[in-house]
Design a protein around this ligand. Sequence first.
Ligand SMILES: [Zn+2]
Ligand SMILES: [Zn+2]
Length: 152
Amino acid sequence: MRNVPNQLREAFRSAGRRLTPQRMLILQVLQESDRHLDAEAVHDRVRQRDPEISLATVYRTLALLKEMGLVNAPSLGAERSRYESAGSTPHYHFTCLNCGRVMEFDSPLIGQLSDELSQAHGVSVVGTQLHVVGYCASCVAQMGGESETSRQ
Ligand SMILES: [Zn+2]
Ligand SMILES: [Zn+2]
């Protein structure tokens, strides 16, 4: 295996797991991809490089990587879990309730919120999960710009 970061080796060693080529490959696919792949999409991509890998292996590996904190499965309101590399820069998600499209965004407000919390309550913030839901611009346009709340 080429260029395996020491950090990664160490993470597997301390978890008492083996860093197999298949596990490495699945991690790589997540790191290289445009995020939020479900297990089947991961499988499709992994299979192009190692046709031997089964979907079951992909599921098991994703669960392991998630348990080890190397992979996130942000709750995006989809039926199937979607995964992204935990190494990607912190960001937040907006999911369209109509078409299921996921947008990523970042905002300095989140950092400010963490600062305010630690100052006001003495807490130490180590992570933030924010999932915003609504309708994306093209769905809003399709709906004729009508507000959803007025129909409920
Ligand atoms: Zn939409
Ligand atoms: Zn994301």
